[in-house]
Design a protein around this ligand. Sequence first.
Ligand code: MG
Length: 340
Amino acid sequence: MGQFTLRFRPYTLEMRHVFTVASFSRTTTPVILTELEYDGIVGYGEASMPPYLGESQESVSKFLNQINLSHFQSPFETAEILAYVDQVAEKNTAAKAAVDIALHDLLGKIMNQPFYKIWGLNPDLIPPTSYTIGIDTEEMIRKKVAEADQFKILKVKLGLDTDKTIIDTIRSVTDVPLCADVNQGWKNKEEALEMAHWLHERNVVFLEQPMPKEMIDENAWLTEHSPIPTIADEGCQRLADVPKLQGVYTGINIKLMKCTGMREAKQMAELARSLDMKVMLGCMTETSCAISAAAQLAPLVDWADLDGALLIGNDIYDGMRVEEGNCILPDRPGIGILKK
Ligand code: MG
């Protein structure tokens, strides 16, 4: 009978550009890289901790140090293992994802199949990924948009008083469809609706988290009247949130780091679908480890926003590639990554 060994180490992702959204700017992102070994086979995982979400290398290390898998016999006790990990402490969703991803990678390697195949998902159904243009000067925005010419959809960060200038600047150089992530930056529903119409006229195809997540009635009112779909990001963390958001937003943005990993992410996508809601699959700034893990379930979603590894300069894995804006999954077992 095998034994589990969980190893982890901190790593700092260097951003290619200073990354600015409505509430903050940063140039690095702390992560923890995990390895889960069983019977000589090693699965890789990752926790990414953008500072505004409350987890850190310290909190993730503390959480992972409490994990004791010695009472499990096999990685195929997946549901039980992940239920145990989830109850070790509240929250800590990125830390939990670091275990979940490594476990899925390990399982896929034991079965010698990529996880999307184990799930029976068709990789041809993965939507093209968007690529994020952060808030910046007009000159830098034009430069970033020019650099992003392979992408079929761009994601624009809005929510400051420069929203219209940013869109006009992008529209002066490209007609590619856009999606707008307001990161809770708008505070007034009538102004938000006016912006939704203005953006719709400029081929913005959906709005992510237009107003603060606490403004439930206002977000529902906007969703009812908006000419384009609204998507909950900050307002949607885990599976239990999904039914409460029906009618408040058109859809949800699922991220492994918010929802504890691949297993719950797939459950969320399927539940949202059954409730007739749209599904977006997003990411944090992450290496190709967490990105390739998320990509395994990307055939299930309407929109993919899996550019996290493209925004960093020191990725240590090869995994999901982006070609002509399309997500290409490696035909390798588990989440399909190799150390560079
Ligand atoms: Mg967002």
